[in-house]
Write a protein that binds this ligand. Sequence first.
Ligand code: MRU
Length: 350
Amino acid sequence: MSQPIDDVDLADPRLLSPLRWDGEKKELWLLDQLALPAMERWLPYRDHQGVATAIREMVVRGAPAIGIAAAYGLALAAFRGAPLDEAAALLGATRPTAVNLFWALARMRQHKVVDGGAAALEKEAIAIHREDVAACLRIGAHGAKLLPEGTVLTHCNAGALATGGYGTALGVIRAAVALGTRLRVFADETRPYLQGARLTTWELHKSGIDVTLITDNMAGHLMSRGEVQSVIVGADRIARNGDTANKIGTYSVAVLAREHGVPFFVAAPLSTLDMKTETGRDIPIEERNAAEVLTLQGVRIAPLGIAARHPAFDVTPARLIAAIITEAGVARPPYPQSLPGLFSTTTALY
Ligand code: MRU
């Protein structure tokens, strides 16, 4: 990205933003992430109920993108004269783990914003969207030099599609590639929802970044052969002590990385840091419908009548994380000391 990072143009196609706001018609358009990669389809949303359904059903997903969608959803509620308390409750009941959802709703409901009416809520939602992209660009700038040449493994999708645009973990990869670091990406397919196979490969390939798809159970083998030099993932919620909730399977990758001496990095905006939650044990873990495990792309893969579980996230303990990369700089262990300091500085900490 050549433009100054705070001068964000949300329509810049290089950002691959999955959300578009039509200020004339007061409509939110979402890139349908259920249809990717087969189809690039944009869907319009005119009320907060529709946005809540889109978040719950994962038309829009990824912690920062969920927060931004909810912010626009609240603006839509205001334009339609819906009670804001009820709209915020509906939007807040969609996905419990991504703290960006609650962060965005709280920011939208500050008195100075709400008192300004629908126009002020619209302005705030756009600001949240722009600031998230600016944060991703800064995360990329802070993290780019941390990735060694070779292969970086990522899990789930923490890219443009999961944010306002550009991405967190994939933003760091984009920035490293732009710096000239020779990088190849292993994308975990990320069962059961396949964000890696469907979304990460789609957006990296579109950006011209060398990406190879692997199934989740290949990571250990490839690490044991020295084929992975680093791991970088996003986060849905980071507790005060650095414990990090992210897509189910992230914890297993972190354990493997530790066993093989591979650095494991987390990239996330400050809106994902939850300083009110002390440790990972206190992070609510979303349990999704078991049907998403029993079927693959709509096709049943297990016998009828059997049970399945679908915890959608797990928690990686802080001790397995080499660094947490944010827009305010890079935090290193011990996180209870380094994370709070990020909120009082905008300069790099490394
Ligand atoms: O269930 P999802 O697809 O919303 O989960 C997404 C993830 O776990 C991402 O890694 C996380 O939200 C970080 S996005 C920058």
